[in-house]
Write a protein that binds this ligand. Structure first.
Ligand code: SAH
Length: 400
């Protein structure tokens, strides 16, 4: 096994159990480790600190598998996978009775479950696996077998097509990994609603599982309201607004494919087509158009794509968030509710709240926070890896 020897003093983050080692912290490599191979991380005076996967092409040069001097082998991954899956049931039950009925759950969330680079989502009887790093790539086939063993399911679809793979020197790969998946459209159940999920072409692994609890919040607040769902994707929030007896629901997205699936989801749940309207277009422009037309709503949902993957893009991202939130505050009637999100890792919850406050101020609105939202419990955050907390949201009420 190869080893990476750290520069003096650079073991500090590992002693706090943060699982990443950046290239600048490494003095030298010993033993010519292969990409994704297991290496020991040693302090400058040779002490064992952790065992990790080597990523020679990435600035994140190693990701820790374990801080214990133990083998990283099939049994190691079997234990991690079983522990991750076992953690899902009690947490999901704690989210409330409605969630018990869901069959779409994130089973493995990378660093937070001690398996950096690996995401596994369950959509009904199909697993969707995403391998993002050289380390997870080396163990992918073993992990696929262990997932079949742990879940009793047969089918795994691979969605290793995220851009971050490039940083690891990995090509994109999608397709059937285990079993025979004839149809890439899977029907899932959540909170008594059904959703079609396209596991081959949908965003991420197909559906925004992280918003599960927040869909429930929207449902609870929607009654009697005229709802505008911006960045609606396949209609997750729209369907919940309908289930919560909204008066009207408008969904906006720039993707025709997403809107087509959203429309199918409306019909699949027995709502008449005329209960919603869809607008294909750019939210930034559409909100301006609505402002110029004096349109108004009682509830606006803003769930844009990631504007700032890292802190370096935070400033530009802040302008984007401010823009849409300001326009939304203008379009809201007094008593209206804004449900606004950021999934940017580079914008933390405190900064996001500041941006939303600035937007309200510039819109001339009085507003209060009714609730803070975040990712569902099947996307846990390791206490040692705060970067795993990426989704934050606010429920704001415009009072005047
Ligand atoms: N709210 C959704 C997820 C939103 S993901 C859910 O809970 O399922 C972000 C969505 O924004 C994507 O569907 C993408 O197609 C869309 N999008 C990205 N940029 C956009 C823009 N400028 N205007 C409108 N839609 C946009």
């Amino acid at each position: 096994m190869g080893a990476l020897i750290l520069k003096p003093g650079r073991e500090k983050s590992l002693l706090r159990r943060h699982p990443w080692i950046f290239s600048g912290a490494i003095e030298r490599a010993e033993g010519e480790p292969a990409a994704g191979g297991t290496v020991d991380l040693l302090s400058s005076n040779g002490e064992f600190l952790a065992r990790a996967a080597y990523s020679p092409h990435s600035q994140i040069r190693a990701r820790v598998w374990t801080f214990t001097d133990e083998p990283v082998d099939n049994d190691f991954f079997r234990k991690r996978i079983h522990s991750a899956i076992a953690a899902r049931s009690p947490f999901l039950l704690a989210e409330g009775p409605a969630v018990k009925s869901t069959d779409a759950v994130r089973l493995i969330y990378a660093e937070s479950d001690g398996i950096p680079g690996l995401i596994v989502d369950r959509y009904a009887d199909t697993l969707v696996l995403q391998s993002l790093t050289a380390g997870s790539e080396v163990w992918k086939e073993t992990i696929a077998d262990l997932l079949i063993e742990a879940t009793g399911l047969k089918d795994i679809y691979e969605r290793s097509d995220a851009d971050v793979r490039e940083l690891e020197g990995l090509q994109s790969r999608t397709g059937v990994l285990r079993g025979a998946i004839a149809d890439s459209q899977v029907t899932i159940h959540e909170h008594g609603l059904k959703f079609l999920v396209n596991i081959a072409e949908g965003h991420k692994t197909g559906f925004y599982l992280d918003q599960r609890l927040n869909r429930q919040s929207v449902r609870e607040l929607a009654r009697g309201r005229d709802v505008l769902d911006c960045f609606c994707y396949t209609g997750g929030f729209m369907l919940n607004a309908l289930a919560g007896e909204a008066k009207s629901v408008v969904g906006v997205d720039s993707s025709a494919g997403a809107l087509a699936l959203a429309r199918q989801n409306v019909l699949l749940n027995g709502y008449p087509e005329k209960s919603v309207s869809f607008l294909e277009g750019d939210v930034f422009q559409l909100l301006r158009k609505f402002r110029d037309e004096n349109r108004s709503f009682d509830m606006i949902i803003l769930d844009p794509p990631k504007f700032a993957p890292t802190a370096a893009q935070a400033e530009k991202a802040s302008r984007g968030y401010k823009d849409i939130n300001l326009l939304a505050f203008k379009l809201l009637r007094p008593g209206g509710v804004l449900v606004t999100f950021s999934c940017s890792g580079g914008v933390d919850a405190a900064l996001f709240q500041k941006i939303v406050a600035g937007a309200a101020l510039d819109a001339g609105a009085e507003a209060q926070i009714l609730g803070h939202l975040s990712q569902a419990a099947d996307h846990p955050v390791s206490l040692y890896f705060p970067e795993a907390a990426y989704l934050k949201g606010l429920v704001c009420r415009k009072t005047l």
